[in-house]
Design a protein around this ligand. Sequence first.
Ligand code: GLA
Length: 678
Amino acid sequence: MTHRLTELTARLGGIAYGGDYNPEQWPRDVWREDVRLMREAGVGLVTVGVFSWSRIQPKPGTYDWSMLDEVLALLHGNGIAVDLATPTAAPPPWFTRRHPDARPVTASGTRLAHGSRQCFCPSHPAYAQAADELVTALATRYAEHPALALWHVHNEWGNHNALCYCDASAAAFRTWLVARYRDLDALNEAWGTDFWSQRYGDWEEIDPPRDTTAFRNPGQELDYLRFSSDALLERHRAEAGLLRRITPRVPITTNLMGTLEKKVDAHAFARTCDVVSVDHYLPAHDPDGHIDLALNADLARGMAGGRPWLLMEHSTSAVNWQPVNTAKQPGEMRRNSLTHLARGADGLLFFQWRQSRAGAEKWHSAMVPHAGTRSRIWREVSALGAELATLAEVTGTRVHSDVALLFDWHSWWALELQARPSAHLHHLDQVRDWYEALWRENITCDVVAPGADLSRYRAVLAPNLYLLTDADAENLDRYVEHGGHLAVGCFSGVVDAHDRIRPGAHPGALRELLGIRVDEYLPLRPGQDARLEDGTTARRWAERVEPDTATTLLRFADGPQGGPARGGPAMTRNLHGRGTARYVATCPSTAALGGMVRDLCAQAGVRPAAATPPGVEAVRREGPDGSYLFLVNHTAEDATVPVGHATGLAATAVRDGLALVPCGGVAVVREDRSEPHG
Ligand code: GLA
């Protein structure tokens, strides 16, 4: 991965602000109004062309560049840079008509009909050919265009079509398997095919894990998830390769979906990008959706190696794909936006610029709403643009984290396959619970893969790593050996890369590091809590843990209220090399996790970004010329936070060393360098 976001922000002179611009939905006279309003709102970057394939190439072999030519010239003439999308996410009807067998097929064998977007099989050669042809033509046409500042490859890879079970996918899967295993015996061994008489004698006997009579082979399913993510990655690499060859001057990104997309290993995609960008939409069902936002921002930064990243999409108000699409409260969009900025975003873009009149997303909010400019949304959009201009000095500064939180798509996939000890233990719940405990303490963490370089972190938290490869297990071992402080959540280190139980007692890969043996896993029924001896509670899961070299920090309460593991260790700590390794054998409540996090951080010498009242989030960005403390008030009360000698930026008031953070508001201060932080 190269890091080329600075090229973009230098060109823009600060924070990128804008959104997806879909002029194909509007007549020409609206384009002129669009650019006028973009300038009014301080928009400097727009994503163009995401869904324009049917306009650009109305027929096979026929290109019509008139719309793009005119729009790009108009934008450039008005000083607005373009993030040009390869429009490969929505093949036009003629493509499907020509290649009906390039449509994706579900696990039950249904071939999906044309009529939406991403209606293609990622492994179908006809799609690859058509997409490559289109990308080559587009890049060649606009290679020297002065508006072109960034390439936006595809759109949310795999959002709707990640898993295809057609015959083309089956053939590509076999090729992928041959490359991975070389010989069939190795595959049989990895998948444990002697169970239920599944031994393969010929590669051609292997199919995708389509719907079948009973449980599918977990090794096969896990590899199919890997293959499917890789098939999309191969398409991404193909497009990026063409773009790099034709326009080496232009950096490349693709909008990843972070934790919102289980089927795509975003870590792998991020490694191929010049600029890491993500989309984030608040989960409407979650009253603390801003914690999910913070988690995804920290994941974006983790994927960018701690460097700034781009928020490619979020919403000004309601989305249109949740059961009830609640509108954002006044001020909420600003709060969301500045939280992304606080956590390292150097650009804030929305889906989309102008709210559609027609089509599937006409009820999705936008920067210019149906109500036009006499609206709350427009007022907030243009005010945010003006405010970002005053915060330009923050661009390029970094968030420094002493803590890493480990997140892994492969372990997520494996944990949630069929026939596990509990269907109620989810990777994301674990990650979210542990992240929330950090968030409530104002402890900033990078969310990274378990194979990342951990040496610079004082503490590492692994909420759940059910699947742990040998290399990743060694990485954790090495980290602690060299003095790191690690905390590992329940049901971790259990299986190898093929979902095979590691021999000996659980948790096989971490037994020595944690200094424990797990005698038996004891999942809890929904609603069945277990009490811990300090009076806090835990849910979902318990284990009968036998400390080996570890000491017990906290036990399940004695008696029936302690649940099936009553009286046994719930949290342990082992001294290993120069560091420590803790184990948490259950899913503690936020209060209990908070205690663990405070204790771990105290031991590791990790300090919060700032001391704030509960519900006021604090994050710091630091650069060579200054550091910036962001304070986000999620409560209904005004708050004050001691900031020492600091200057309020934008509308922030600082009086007598106290920053005022209005209820629902955000304060940003530039800190005096002579004062110690935190
Ligand atoms: C995704 C897509 C956009 C749009 C938004 C709506 O992020 O990339 O094209 O569909 O969702 O929320």
